[in-house]
Design a protein around this ligand. Structure first.
Ligand code: SAJ
Length: 417
């Protein structure tokens, strides 16, 4: 049995590796030649615990190889990005379209095509249309249902970055076939390595399910973030408040922070809002609350700077501000789509040459921060130099930190609690 995984990124590569590890012949396809070459050497181009070992082993055993051009296979899994474009957050399906057009020429009767990318409702049907247009000689589920030559399903990925190799195997899986036979074929494939349940539904529900999971989290984080702003105004410690409220058996409030980052939770809710703008009021508002949190944090830093000026008599350009944490969440090195990074950049615009960054999970700063003259310093370095500490991420190193009491702290993660 040969399967092909199109898109060898944070989801595609671990998925390809998991299938190869369980005995299937896997052909990985990517448009990035560097990624293809890296994988064929048995290495990886992304950071994910335990992935390197599996890829190395599977490549060495000849179970996994990468290429730029699609080849025939029995099943195709599409795991390409689905970003949005422009100010109205319209989903950009161009990567799915290119992937469909790339695999269409090698499809044959009996093949299964699975869309794994997080997608707006209707994307799987759209993908099936692109495939059908490219291959008028084959039949597809939208044309003749269970009699179709090609089976199509949407099976959204739901793994947590940093725990992908474990969650891929243990998590339950939603299987959204365009027909029952499509779902059966997809279930049989995932059962190769998935220990969780494979639960069958239709493609549209599967699409909405994935968006719902991330919107649920976004709305709940927005609730926590809104509470933190209200409590600040009312002079109440939000961390104490949340831990008290969470003593109620049916209350479970998430943790406020400096904003919501990553590639999923800050993106996926827009797919719902864009599709049903008049109906998705709460989901839309949650997005705005979370997206505005970084600016509120910057306002708190400005207040802290004024307080230092009043206390010490220093001039404004003598003040040093240390930003603790740049990653989008604790104990990872991923700085992309990170509100902490955005806050640091914006502070550097307002306080040039006065910003220090502490990020224990990276060796060097992204180019933009270096251009802004931000220096990467150790935690001890920051504690000895800075007048204001801005805790943006609750990395484990910061939780152990001893405060000297000399600095003002803007603590967006409640690590002092
Ligand atoms: N965050 C808070 N407070 C919290 C929890 C999270 O501010 O209490 C922030 C984080 O700091 C981060 C952002 O939210 O900036 C998102 O982090 P996360 O750990 O909640 O989620 P992701 O983006 O790493 O992964 C999510 C997961 N979805 C859910 O938990 C519902 C994962 O299972 C999905 O597979 C992934 O999105 C995805 O690919 O869609």
């Amino acid at each position: 049995n040969t399967i092909s995984v199109i898109g060898l990124g944070y989801i595609g590569l671990p998925t390809a590796a998991a299938f190869a590890q369980h005995g299937l012949n896997v052909i990985g396809i990517d448009v990035n030649k560097k990624a293809v070459d890296t994988i064929n050497r048995g290495n990886i181009h992304i950071v994910e615990p335990d992935l390197d070992v599996v890829v190395k082993k599977c490549v060495n055993e000849g179970k996994l190889r990468a290429t730029l051009t699609p080849e025939p296979a029995d099943a195709f899994l599409i795991a390409v990005p689905t970003p949005f474009k422009g100010d109205d957050y319209e989903p950009d399906l161009s990567y799915i379209e290119s992937a469909s057009k790339a695999i269409a020429p090698v499809l044959k009767k009996g093949d299964l095509v699975i869309l794994e990318s997080t997608s707006p409702v209707g994307a799987t049907e759209q993908m099936a249309e692109w495939l059908a247009e490219a291959r008028p000689d084959l039949t597809f589920p939208q044309q003749n249902g269970e009699q179709s030559d090609i089976r199509i399903a949407h099976c959204p990925e739901r793994v947590l970055p940093g725990q992908v190799m474990r969650e891929l195997i243990e998590n339950d899986r939603i299987i959204g076939g365009m027909t029952q036979k499509c779902s059966d074929a997809a279930t049989a494939l995932y059962k190769v390595f998935v220990k969780g349940d494979c639960i069958v539904t239709n493609a549209r529900t599967a699409e909405m399910c994935k968006l719902t999971e991330n919107s649920f989290r976004d709305v709940n984080i927005a609730f926590a973030n809104e509470l933190s702003i209200i409590c600040d105004k009312l002079n109440i410690n939000v961390w104490e408040l949340i831990s008290l409220a969470n003593r109620h058996p049916r209350v479970n409030i998430l943790r406020p922070g400096c904003g919501v980052g990553g590639h999923c939770i800050a993106v996926d809710p827009w797919f719902i809002v864009n599709k049903t703008p008049d109906l998705a009021k709460l989901i839309h508002t949650a997005r705005l609350v979370n997206d505005n949190k970084p600016d509120w944090v910057i306002g708190k830093v400005n207040e802290a700077v004024i307080e230092v000026l009043q206390k010490t008599g220093k001039s404004i350009n003598e003040i040093k501000i240390a930003c603790l944490g740049l990653a989008f969440k604790p104990d990872i090195d991923d700085l992309r789509e990170s509100p902490a990074l955005k806050i640091t950049e914006k502070l550097a615009e307002k306080y040039p040459n006065q910003i220090l960054a502490v990020e224990p999970n990276v060796e060097e700063l992204p180019a933009k921060l270096t251009e802004q003259n931000i220096s990467l310093v150790s935690l001890d370095g920051a504690l000895s130099i800075a007048d204001v500490l801005v805790v943006l991420v609750d990395h484990r190193e910061f939780k152990l930190m001893q405060f000297t009491g000399n600095q003002l702290i803007v603590d967006t993660k409640g690590i002092k609690q």
